[in-house]
Every structure is written in C-alpha cells, then in structure tokens.
Design a protein around this ligand. Structure first.
Ligand code: ADP
Ligand code: NI
Length: 212
C-alpha cells in the first residue's frame, strides 16, 4: 500500500513537470524525495509523511501553479483520490507550506518532518546541481549568465556586494551562499558545507575565467 502510493505520486508529479526546463523538472522532485527520505531515516522522522510531502512539495507552488496554490488543490486532490486520511493530508499540506524559501525566509519549521523536506529542497539548490539549476532557471526567465556591471563591482573588492537579481550569477549572493547556515538538521548541515565549498570554488574559477 505504502510503496503503491509513492509510485503513484511519482507518476502524478512526472506528468505535471514533464515539460519544465527551468529548474523544476521531475528529476528535481525525485532528488528532493530521495534526500528527504534519507534525512528522515537519519533524523528519526516519519518517513511516509516526509516522502509524500517531498514528492508533492512543488505541485501547487505559487509561481508554477498560482490557481491551485492557496488550497494546495493538486496535492489534496491526489491524496484524497488515493484514500489518505484527512488528518495526514493536513499534516502533509502544513509541511509543503513551510518548505518555501521566499515565504518562510528565516523561519525554522517546528516539526522534524518539515525540517527534513525543507533541508532536502534547499540542498538541491546547492552544489553542482544547484549551479546547473540556477543557470537553467535564469535562462528560462531570459536573464543573462552575468553582467559586466556586477563583475566590476565584485572586482572593486566590495565583498558585501549584493545582487539586484538581474543576472543568474547574482543569485549566488541573493540566496545560494546563505543557505548553508539555514539548514535545520545536522545531517543536512554537513552535506550543505560540502556543496557550499564546491560553489565557492566554482565562483573563484568563474572570476578567473572572466578576468576579474
Ligand atoms: P524551489 O522551489 O525548488 O526551492 P525555486 O523556485 O526557488 O526552487 O527556484 C528553482 C531553481 O532556480 C533553484 O535552483 C533556485 O536556486 C533557482 N533560482 C531561483 N531564483 C533564481 C534567480 N533569480 N536566478 C537564477 N536562479 C534562480
Ligand atoms: Ni523544489
């Protein structure tokens, strides 16, 4: 029963994200699911709830599906059709609501289950995969990889320079380099450290190649 609903949720999500090439493809959801379940096992959270919340975490995202986002209609519809009890549906919806970076900047989710899913989603914005997603997302929104103006302000030695969000490179300073200090669980913290170092090495090389 449990593995059946997980495989149905995978099919449901694959159908939704099949045509997304902007960083929210189906494989993003699959990675978040695998990482969240691993974190839940390490941290002693409820694996079933974490798994379903991870699989459904983006289906009612405000940016991707504004018309269903308020009531998390796609997630609720799927869970009801598959006979999940209302109490568990509410729990899963609460987790999904707590995952979002933009809506919960700084706020640490209360339950371990929410913490695992949030950490997994954030880990997927870091490291090699995070770098790939950043440029894919920026390109899909018509943003340049970087701007000369931004490079020059970095070259001027201003370490605190904050991006204006106009190029994908700025997203590292707006969000990605902040995430390692925002992990909830100790397992995710050590994974984030490694991915953070990789991004720092990437940026160093990037500036060398762009002759900053
Ligand atoms: P999620 O909901 O999965 O956490 P987001 O919708 O915040 O992801 O973003 C999807 C991907 O695009 C992430 O890898 C994120 O870091 C990246 N991204 C978000 N905003 C920008 C931006 N302004 N420029 C470049 N990449 C971005
Ligand atoms: Ni996500």
């Amino acid at each position: 029963m449990e593995s059946q609903i997980i495989s149905r949720a995978m099919d449901f999500v694959r159908g939704i994200f099949e045509g997304d090439f902007g960083g929210h493809d189906y494989l993003h959801t699959l990675r978040v699911y695998n990482t969240a379940v691993m974190l839940a096992q390490c941290e002693g959270a409820d694996v079933s709830v974490v798994g379903l919340a991870a699989l459904l975490h983006d289906v009612d995202d405000k940016k991707l599906s504004p018309e269903t986002s308020e009531g998390k209609l796609r997630a609720v519809g799927f869970l009801r059709e598959n006979g999940v009890k209302e109490e568990k549906i509410s729990w899963i919806c609460r987790i999904i609501g707590e995952v979002s970076f933009s809506q919960n900047r700084g706020a640490k989710p209360e339950t371990l289950e929410s913490q695992c899913v949030q950490d997994a989603d954030r880990l997927d914005a870091l490291g090699a995969i995070g770098i790939a997603r950043t440029f894919a997302f920026g390109g899909s929104k018509g943003r340049p990889v970087y701007s000369q103006e931004f490079l020059e302000s970095k070259a001027s030695g201003n370490e605190d320079v904050k991006g204006k969000g106009e190029s994908s490179l700025e997203h590292f300073y707006d969000k990605l380099l902040l995430l390692k200090d925002m992990m909830n669980t100790s397992t995710a913290k050590s994974m984030a450290e490694k991915r953070h170092k990789f991004m720092e090495a990437f940026l160093k090389e990037f500036y060398e190649e762009t002759m900053i």
